[in-house]
Design a protein around this ligand. Structure first.
Ligand code: PMP
Length: 466
């Protein structure tokens, strides 16, 4: 094969400039929580390829299931013939559904496609057109999904006009509401639900609104868990107005937040649930789940796609579901989550760093740390003399966001910290507009790896703050 150096130059010339990259070089191997580059660099992976390789890279059982399926049947095309892994996967997923009514499945390849399918379905079964999504939402890059995405302009820049019939309401998050300092979450929730009622009265009537789509933990938009009361409020308004509630668990699902699906905490019943990413641990597969009573209204032939529900991806996903259970992944998420929150809160309550850290929040192993400029947190810092700061941070292993308002962000700080982490051997990502670092390690990350990751992060923050 060609020398690696030539390949780098080849890539520079022939890979579209529309892609950005946070590391140089070519990734050659993935093994558990670690990846290797062609120059021999080994990196601790706290990105999981954006919350995908939840069981670590090249999980032996998942890879073997895919390899075995490759020798049996790679592709049948689901409109030509059903294959066994498709049906076995449904069998595995049924008991994990957050509500027993969710019993009718359709598999796609990517998250965006599943979002498109959910919108199509919502329009078809309700006979209504409009869709409401959240400010800060991310639902994908295809045209319909892009119209629902409201977390960063670059995702749709230069491509307008987008799909019409999309409206938005605030997600209960103080940055989006311009609320006074220390506004309680309950007030933000009430306000967001009030904005929804207003929207239905002023802009898109219930008779024209097919669905509301929401991430139970806002992902690309800042790693902000939705207060359960907000999700419950959405459910009530949807019921009252015969609007479908679409829950996008593409990033938060599949044990990531400490339960099979993040929506479980709220007890809310989704009308349509969307999953992808962790479902295949790297094999492209996504799923749209609803109840038979709704999907029975779809006309045969109205759904489909050449690769939708590919046999190899389905076989891999069956192995993922088995391994999640056999390896007691939820228990590990719990233990490592507590360690992660404790380490990050340790930084937040360190007097030298406290003014720079606005918030530590998340669920399970989907955790964000938001930076602030010291001016923004000055009121907080002066209100608590350094000696008042607790020695041991309060342990909120599953906190919702709790910071005080401090809208001034130190521009580029999250990216600078991420850069340092990468230089020190750890892959880590930021989120969209706010200065947030997101922690999405593998769900089977070990205690030692978590310790190493949080140490690299702490060192990096200290160096940037200095
Ligand atoms: N919804 C959510 C919540 C996501 O996080 C993503 C991907 N980041 C998508 C949809 C789109 O998925 P995909 O990139 O597989 O199209």
């Amino acid at each position: 094969s060609e020398p690696a150096q030539d390949l780098h130059e080849f890539g520079e010339q022939h890979v579209t400039k529309g892609l950005s990259r946070i590391t140089k070089g070519i990734m050659t191997k993935g093994d558990g929580s670690w990846v290797t580059y062609d120059d021999g660099r080994k990196m601790l992976d706290f990105t999981c390829g954006i919350a995908v390789t939840n069981l670590g890279h090249s999980h032996p059982k998942v890879s073997k299931a895919a390899a075995d399926q490759c020798m049996q049947l790679v592709h049948s095309q689901c409109s030509i013939a059903m294959h066994e892994p498709y049906l076995r996967l449904i069998e595995k997923l049924l008991p994990a559904m957050p509500h027993p009514s969710l019993d009718s499945f359709f598999f796609w390849n990517s998250g965006s496609e599943a979002v498109e399918a959910a919108i199509k379905m919502a329009r078809q079964v309700t006979g209504k057109q409009n869709i409401i999504s959240m400010q800060g939402a991310y639902h994908g890059r295809t045209f319909g999904a892009m119209a629902l995405t409201k977390s960063k302009t670059i995702y749709s820049a230069g491509t307008h006009p987008l799909m019409p019939g999309v409206f938005s309401i605030p997600f209960p998050y103080w940055h989006q509401q311009n609320q006074p300092v220390n506004t309680p979450l309950s007030t933000l929730t009430e306000d967001a639900l009030y904005q929804l009622e207003l929207l239905l009265a002023q802009q898109t009537s219930a008779a024209e609104t097919a669905a509301i789509i929401v991430e139970p933990v806002l992902g690309e938009g800042g790693y902000v868990p939705a207060p359960p009361e907000f999700l419950q409020g959405l459910r009530k308004i949807c019921d009252k107005n015969k609007i479908l509630l679409i829950i996008d668990e593409i990033q938060s699902g599949f044990c990531r937040t400490g339960t099979w699906f993040a929506i479980e905490e709220s007890g809310v019943r989704p009308d349509i649930l969307i999953m992808a990413k962790g479902l295949g641990n790297g094999f492209p597969i996504s799923g749209v789940v609803s109840r038979r009573e709704l999907t029975d209204k779809l006309k045969p032939g109205s759904m489909g796609g050449t690769y939708a529900g590919n046999a190899v991806s389905c076989a891999a996903a069956v192995a993922v579901a088995n391994s999640m259970r056999d390896e007691k992944i939820l228990e590990n998420v719990q233990a490592r989550s507590t360690e992660l929150f404790s380490a990050l809160n340790g930084l937040k309550y360190d007097p030298a760093l406290n003014p720079h850290i606005l918030d530590v929040r998340g669920r399970g192993l989907m955790v964000g740390l938001e930076f602030a400029s010291p001016a923004a947190t000055a009121h907080r810092f002066s209100a608590h003399a350094a000696s008042d700061l607790p020695d041991a941070p309060p342990p909120p292993p599953h906190s919702t966001h709790s910071a005080q308002k401090g809208v001034k962000h130190p521009k580029g700080m999250a990216a600078r910290v991420a850069r340092k982490c990468i230089d020190k051997g750890m892959l880590i990502l930021t989120t969209s507009v706010y200065e947030v670092i997101r922690f999405i390690p593998p769900l089977n990350v070990t205690k030692e790896e978590m310790k190493k990751g949080t140490e690299i992060f702490a060192e990096s923050v200290r160096e940037v703050v200095k």
